[in-house]
Design a protein around this ligand. Structure first.
Ligand code: ADP
Ligand code: MG
Length: 713
């Protein structure tokens, strides 16, 4: 029986249970999975150099990158035992411009591979040793008439017992099994319009590219595909959501507005009118309000809640932590009470009796109109009377189950999500494609700019002095480190040593500061200050205690990983020190910076980094220049492409099985935009994907929506 894409890999020649287990570790169970096991790098072996060129490169640089040489063996290999259990096979090979000495360690069988006069393509690093050009353990391929060698060789991720050559042959078999099975889900008209290659061409060339150009067009196609498919799914989910009915909420919000001690900013006015427009439309609102920390999202949310209350509907406002919920309650309840509207706080730390009382009140005829709380709002006994609006602050910080529960509870109500992560406009269409987006892109007047500087290790002493000075003036400092514990470097497989990637090379970066050990180090260097720490592996109660101690001023310096509460303001915090700042994405740095500058005192953000990597330096430079979150996000996208945004799955919503691996590498934002535009067009014209050319897309979209947990929130 012929092997198909659905066949288990054990049906392939040479795959027994041990190798099948290794493949399973790579996510490969069926033959078809092999097609989606993409190379992690490529070796450009078709780019053959001459010995003379390589010699020149060796004289210029200590360790030139691996190269390809086509050489004729000029001496019979000699096998020598150098030490017990250590052998070396050595011979010479040449081209018309020079000679290279080639050696293999501990591979005595190599003696039988090479013979005088045979021609091989060698791939590896050439080194100049004692005036001679040498190559140790290169990859060799025999050059024979009639069987051309691959110009570009894929490098696959491996697991134990798997070698590159085996992976290549497995993937070849999968490709030939796929020959008739690959069905393109991008409608042909879209492919034509955007100048994209077919799916089968793309898959073949991702694995075995004919040239750099064909690899490039394959990758463009895949990148477009990822964005296009997700956007189609999002768009379809959005249309489906809008089809239901929802309470009509229509009210004059000026009574609440009069209680604010300020005028709304232009952006706040715009966002409020977008929200009120949605809620009066008769269709359910699914909207996200994006705005930097401090941009005044609470006021906008309060007006939406008031509109619901004034129209006779309850509003639930849910925050990810108790601290945040309490903060909201402290801000909003006085105004609601002043307007004669009930408001309650429901969170985990209440006693059972208190909870019971509040729960009972929620469904009573004179139920409070605004209910603020944590995920306690989602628990069993909580029944709302006339829930018209659900507002979720920092939704990404709720767990999967909580979000599902929220979805059930809020069925039929309007939904507003608030996020403090500014994201570029193009990407918000991909990431929040099923939501309408309101952008709070203007800060309330009088907000101070946080002065931002980049320093290197040589400033350490002065930096410590600065931290001490802040404390002496009654101010507080955050220190953020990239990880909890130092991670050991991954050992490389010997076979992998010569990879070149077409992707940006892994950045060589200085070692990481670890929060716990760094807090200890700081306590020794600043014995007069009180140093605390907080990290993601601590229990919630421990975290809350560390945070509370910092907020109360019992701790002067809080060393943390990036878990510190995004929304909680400690107005006395005036200094944010970010260690190994090169490790953070721009948007992340911006969020960290948003934790200072919330009080009246002048605030600083110091980015500590010893990096010499140019792109890292450019990023840090953007931070020193820009204070606006949306601008920082746009710059982040421009400098690094969308990869960072797509990979921050925890922070943004995950789209089920959607993988943004190719889309993440594309720095051409036009391609992303085009994919979103095309998806929107296709979906709007054929929302049920019923046209002949949309059928395949429809199937993919439905599968994605089934697997996705977040698209219906
Ligand atoms: P966030 O968007 O981070 O939730 P908040 O809603 O907490 O921001 O607002 C931050 C601060 O700005 C609050 O103290 C709030 O009272 C104040 N504020 C909000 N809107 C305005 C405005 N239009 N003018 C002046 N201050 C404002
Ligand atoms: Mg807030």
């Amino acid at each position: 029986m012929a092997v198909t894409l659905a066949s288990p890999v054990t049906e392939l020649r040479g795959i027994g249970s041990a190798k099948a287990a290794s493949l399973a570790k790579l996510g490969v169970k069926a033959v078809g999975d092999l097609l989606r096991l993409y190379p992690r790098a490529y070796q450009n072996r078709g780019d053959v150099h001459t010995v003379a060129e390589v010699g020149e490169a060796c004289r210029r640089s200590q360790s030139p990158p691996p190269v390809s040489l086509e050489l004729t063996v000029s001496s019979e290999p000699k096998l020598a035992v150098i030490r017990r259990g250590m052998s070396i096979t050595r011979f010479k090979a040449f081209d018309e411009t020079g000679v290279v000495e080639i050696s293999y360690f501990n591979q005595p069988f190599m003696k039988n591979v090479f013979h005088t006069g045979a021609v091989f393509r060698f791939w590896g690093r050439v080194e100049l040793r004692g005036g001679r050009l040498t190559m140790a353990n290169p990859v060799q391929e025999a050059v024979t008439e009639g069987t051309p060698l691959l110009p570009i060789v894929p490098v696959y991720p491996l697991a134990s017992g798997l070698r590159q050559k085996l992976m290549q042959s497995l993937i070849r078999e999968a490709l030939s099994a796929a020959n008739t099975e690959i069905c393109d889900h991008i409608p042909p008209s879209v492919l034509r319009r955007c100048g994209l290659c077919s799916l089968s061409y793309a898959i073949k060339n991702i694995h075995f590219p004919d040239s750099i150009q064909s690899l490039d067009s394959a990758r463009r196609r895949m990148a477009f595909d990822e964005v296009f498919t997700v956007s189609s799914a999002m768009c379809s989910a959005k249309l489906a959501k809008k089809s239901g009915g929802a309470p009509i909420i229509k009210a004059d919000v000026s009574p609440l507005m009069k209680l604010f001690r300020f005028e709304l900013t232009g952006a706040q006015k715009r966002c409020v009118s977008e929200i009120l427009g949605d809620m009066s439309s008769g269709a359910p609102m699914s909207r996200i309000l994006c705005g930097d920390v401090g941009s005044g999202k609470t006021a906008v949310a309060a007006l939406a809640a008031y509109a619901a209350a004034a129209s006779g509907y309850q509003c639930a406002l849910m925050a990810p932590t108790e601290i945040l919920a309490k903060q909201h309650y402290a801000q909003l309840s006085p105004m609601f009470f002043a307007l004669g509207l009930g408001c309650v706080l429901l969170c985990g730390s209440l006693t059972a009796a208190e909870k019971k009382k509040i729960q009972a009140s929620l469904s009573s005829p004179d139920a409070p109109m605004l209910v603020i709380g944590t995920h306690a709002l989602l628990s069993e006994g909580v029944e709302f009377r006339r829930l018209g609006l659900v507002i979720t602050d920092e939704q990404h910080r709720f767990g999967v189950n909580q979000r599902a529960a929220l979805r059930r509870k809020s069925q039929g109500a309007h939904n507003l999500v608030m996020s403090a992560t500014p994201i570029p406009r193009t990407l918000s269409l991909v990431i929040y494609g099923d939501l309408d987006v309101s952008r709070l892109d203007e800060m309330p007047p009088g907000r101070q700019k946080v002065s931002t500087f980049k320093v290197d290790e040589s400033y350490r002493r002065r930096l410590l002095g600065f931290v001490r000075k802040q404390a002496q003036e009654g101010h507080r400092t955050y220190v953020v480190c990239p990880s909890i514990e130092e991670k050991p470097k991954q050992a490389e497989d010997a076979e992998e040593l010569y990879d070149i990637s077409f992707l940006a090379p892994e950045e060589e970066e200085p070692p990481m500061k670890a929060a716990v050990s760094y807090a200890k180090e700081l306590s020794e260097k600043l014995p007069d200050l009180k140093i605390g720490f907080i990290h993601g592996k601590m229990k919630t109660a421990e975290k809350d205690a560390a945070m509370a101690s910092f907020a109360a001023g019992d701790t002067d310096v809080l060393v943390s990983t990036t878990v510190i509460e995004v929304g909680v303001g400690v107005p006395e915090a005036t200094l944010m020190v970010v260690e190994n700042a090169e490790r953070f994405g721009l948007s992340q740095l911006h969020q960290l910076r948003g934790r200072v500058g919330r009080g009246k005192a002048k605030s600083w953000c110091i980015l500590v980094s010893d990096t010499e990597n140019e792109s890292s330096l450019r990023r840090l430079d953007v931070m020193c220049r820009e204070n606006d979150g949306f601008k920082v996000a746009e710059e982040d996208l421009r400098l690094r492409g969308p990869g960072d945004f797509f990979s921050r799955g925890g922070e943004f919503r995950q789209h089920g099985s959607a993988d943004m691996r190719f889309a993440a590498e594309v720095t051409d934002t036009r391609l992303t935009e085009q994919a979103v535009e095309c998806a929107t067009e296709v979906c709007t014209a054929d929302p049920r994907f019923e046209k002949e050319e949309d059928l395949a897309l429809g199937a993919v979209v439905r599968k994605m929506l089934e697997e996705s947990e977040d698209t219906v929130s």
